[in-house]
Design a binder for this molecule. Structure first.
Ligand code: C5P
Length: 247
């Protein structure tokens, strides 16, 4: 199994190297199926996000699971606790391994999310999105109406609440993942997007890390987006990145 040498594949238990998840950032089921085909059989963990899920719904998740793929359902839920509990219950019933909620939804909401997913040790883990990587300190201060906290400080604060609420991990930039790991160790996984091979095109990401750096900082999962999906040969790009990750 790519990316995992010990412990639960979807859990935050220590792995020797990060588990790669390929982002299905495409509009339709047909596009998703074609991309899975092009990435090839080595990739066994896929992210379904808002674009694809809004159009295709649970059918795309069911199709992936029928192909023996694991699913990260990245819906970034943020609502009242009761509603989020119901949504993570539905995600767990679909059989996804990971589902995201916004940490800024608060502790009651995160606890409800974990409960709905089946509890802290359940198959379906809840990841808390800390600070969106599209925010810099100025944009974040404007959004929360205070300059009292940097994005870095906020990520660490949210990570602390996420641990207390039973989340399996947090989504954060590579720059913060090292600090989260130093603070919480194996109690909280880190999912890091923005992975690029050395010298690769950063596209619109302002903070990218190489696979080797992601491994060095102890990331639990990495999201492989355009570095794989826009490559001329996605299977080759996936294999190259997995090799760099240490797989
Ligand atoms: O590697 P690339 O830039 O193409 O990655 C884009 C993917 O990373 C998208 O699926 C996007 O939703 C995801 N992403 C994420 N968390 C962030 C930022 C981006 O999962 N904080």
């Amino acid at each position: 199994m790519a990316g995992v040498t010990s412990g639960s594949a979807s859990g935050a238990s220590p792995s020797a190297f990060p588990t790669p998840i390929v982002a299905l950032d495409v509009p339709t089921m047909r596009d998703a199926q074609s991309l899975v085909d092009r990435v090839g059989p080595r990739a066994d963990f896929y992210k379904v996000g808002l674009q694809l899920f809004t159009r295709e719904g649970p059918a795309v998740v069911e199709w992936l699971i029928a192909q023996s793929k694991r699913v990260f359902l990245d819906l970034k839920l943020h609502d009242i606790p009761n509603t989020v509990r119901g949504a993570t219950q539905s995600a767990a019933a679909l059989g996804v391994d990971l589902v995201t909620v916004h940490a800024i939804g608060g502790e009651a909401m995160q606890r409800a999310a974990v409960e709905g997913a089946g509890g802290p040790g359940a198959r379906t883990g809840v990841l808390a999105v800390t600070v969106l990587t599209s925010f810099d300190d100025v944009g974040y201060a404007a959004a929360v109406g205070s300059t009292a906290e940097t994005t870095h400080g906020a990520v660490l604060r949210f990570a602390g609440r996420a641990v207390e609420c039973g989340a399996r991990g947090v989504v954060c930039a590579g720059a913060e993942a090292a600090a989260v790991r130093a603070a919480y160790g194996d109690a909280l996984g880190t999912l890091v997007p923005g992975i690029r091979m050395p010298g690769g095109d950063a596209h619109d990401q302002s903070r990218v890390v190489t696979p080797a750096v992601a491994r060095g900082i102890g990331a639990t999962w990495v999201i492989l987006g355009r570095a794989v999906t826009s490559a001329a040969d996605p299977a080759r790009a996936y294999a190259d990145i997995v090799a760099e990750l240490g797989g």
